[in-house]
Design a protein around this ligand. Sequence first.
Ligand code: NAD
Length: 297
Amino acid sequence: MTELIDGKALAREIRGQLRGAIETLADADSRPGLATVLMGDDPASQTYVNMKQRDCEEVGIDGRHVDVDGDAPAETLYETIEDLNADPDVHGYLVQDPVPDHVDYREVIRRIAPEKDVDGFHPENVGRLVAGDARFRPCTPHGVQKLLEAADVETEGADVTIVGRSRIVGKPLANLLLQKAPDGNATVTVCHSRTENLAEKTRRADVLIAAVGVPELIDASMVGDGTVVIDVGINRVDADTEKGYELVGDVDFDGVKERASAITPVPGGVGPMTRAMLLYNTVKAASEQSGVPVELP
Ligand code: NAD
């Protein structure tokens, strides 16, 4: 029987566990505060920030949203960043990617105070993660680790193949799974758009993680029997639905589930975990900035 790894249920459990920590911080006058910043009016980004704000409200985090005109100069965004860096009520914040073409996202990230960088993208935080001393684990890779742990998948000694080498998923996840730690200790192979014989590398994996952005790239012929499959992909494909599209992953779920020992669905797998781990990082930031210790899930 293939196990369906339920990210929605695990994310709900983590949000529930975070509530206790949030109340402890609130009782000490340090209710966690998370700000989202959106430059421009990209509809998908608006949906994402709305969801993040809703999540804050649900668990008792003080959510704040700042819109920056998409035609404004980069300096206007930098001023917002300086304000948030200086605001003691904001423990963490993020600038939603993408930013307009005239703004350099890397420069934006460099200006965020590292202790408030709850996405974990600032070069200092990337360096700390690689050095094995992570301050904030980036939300999607951390969510994947939590899903593996909840499904009792041992990474120690396992052959893990990650397809995708992005700054936000593939690379940090590879680093985390390599760490000398109980939720690491894996032998990691990272594949990408220039990888040759991709199927050969995916078939030999004990754990296969797809973070590509190509709908259903991974089919049953690329998966060995008994593999644990984590599908990070979220792709909109045209469909005869009310919205005119549906969401599919990077894995051909129906075909691959016949071979996998466990698999995450899309939606309802990694996506909800990414959102939950943003709340986790915000609570961690508030605890560290206020000096009030809390127990994290
Ligand atoms: P990205 O475009 O930054 O990176 C994609 C990676 O896939 C690149 O490293 C590229 O080399 C590799 N790649 C592309 N085509 C390939 C091919 N044919 N064979 C092998 N490798 C190939 O994407 P990203 O930001 O890492 O996102 C990947 C997917 O994950 C997207 O669908 C995105 O929407 C989704 N995503 C989901 C979450 C979540 O919370 N579930 C979070 C982030 C991203």
